[in-house]
Design a protein around this ligand. Structure first.
Ligand SMILES: Cc1cc2nc3c(=O)[nH]c(=O)nc-3n(C[C@H](O)[C@H](O)[C@H](O)COP(=O)(O)O)c2cc1C
Length: 304
């Protein structure tokens, strides 16, 4: 059970723990909940869902790459109607709040998916503005006004808090973050994967069938941490979920100090589905040693 030191808030959302399972790395949550202990998590975000079924890209769509990995799944998902039918009955009994994740190609598509997610009972929606694997290759979150349009459309149709998940690939993440908050986002998730590429030197082929994909894991941490730090410095008090390369309790502390109020774990789950339990233990020990709570650390970076 999460200790009192771990409770935190993401704007109006109360979390029993700052640890969140990142979208796409824990399936639709129920499969993962069968093998992992979900008690260390404040929430788990289901795989992104689109308006209709997307079959995803052909294999290979996952590959190790240095200290991290590349993925080019192409958001394989059953479409919102099938998702609601199969997930709604499962959401309640999992022992962790399950947040929905919406993806689409237009603001109206995002809004339609969000409506379906809410009808299935999700308490929070994350909108995936940053998927690098869309066929037209454009991410909403490279463009502040386009991102704001999506947030506005979703916020207008959903009575639950809405988070905007952004890409580290933009040259001005502060502008995109500010536009999303102004359009009604309750929180920001910083960040999704960064664009990456790899080649098999034996075959000469790209590691992924789609060529360029999303790079995640330990190599992403310094980049996502920079995003959290810059946004938090420019927009003090913005509710932020830090995400990228979290493998240890120490990584969580760094994200909190940079300004995140909660921290998502992604790639770590693929090698270690029970990573949350270990990371919670490491974090709790660190908090006890310092005799502080999670909220005490948020934004506590000390300037030189
Ligand atoms: C295999 C895989 C699938 C992913 N699918 C999604 C997804 O459907 N929606 C989403 O918002 N992010 C998705 N992500 C991104 C993660 O949620 C996370 O933002 C990213 O991997 C960075 O965190 P990490 O370094 O801890 O993995 C996926 C990541 C991986 C590795």
């Amino acid at each position: 059970m999460a200790s009192d030191r771990l409770t935190t808030r993401l704007g109006p959302i109360e979390l029993r723990s700052p640890l969140i399972a990142a979208s796409g790395t824990v399936g639709s949550v129920w499969e993962w909940a069968e093998v992992a202990d979900v008690s260390p998590y404040g929430a788990a975000v289901a795989k992104s869902v689109a308006p209709v079924e997307w079959s995803g890209r052909p294999a290979p769509r996952l590959a190790p790459a240095g200290p991290g990995m590349l993925n080019g799944i192409g958001i394989q998902n059953p479409g919102i109607e099938a998702w609601v039918e199969t997930m709604a009955p499962l959401l309640a009994g999992l022992g962790v709040p399950v947040w929905g994740s919406a993806v689409g190609e237009t603001p109206d598509e995002f809004a339609m998916v969000a409506k379906g997610l809410v009808s299935a009972g999700v308490p929070v929606i994350e909108i995936n503005l940053s998927c690098p694997n869309l066929e037209d290759g454009r991410m909403f979150s490279l463009d502040a006004p386009r991102s704001a349009e999506v947030v506005t459309a979703v916020a207008a149709t959903s009575e639950v808090p809405v988070g905007a998940k952004l890409s580290p690939n933009t040259d001005d993440i502060v502008a995109v973050a500010a536009a999303c908050l102004a359009a009604g986002a309750t929180f920001l998730t910083l960040t999704n994967t960064i664009l990456g590429f790899g080649i098999d030197p034996v075959t000469g082929r790209p590691l992924l069938s789609g060529g360029v994909g999303g790079y995640s894991g330990p190599g992403l941490k310094a980049i996502s941490l920079r995003s959290v730090y810059e946004v938090s410095q420019a927009l003090p008090g913005a509710p932020i979920v830090g995400c990228g390369g979290v493998m240890t309790g120490r990584d969580v502390v760094e994200y909190l100090l940079a300004g995140a109020s909660a921290v998502a774990i992604g790639t770590a789950h693929l090698a270690e589905p029970r990573a949350g339990k270990r990371i919670e233990r490491e974090l709790s020990r660190d908090l006890e040693r310092r005799d502080v709570t999670v909220p005490d650390l948020i934004g506590g970076v000390v300037p030189w």
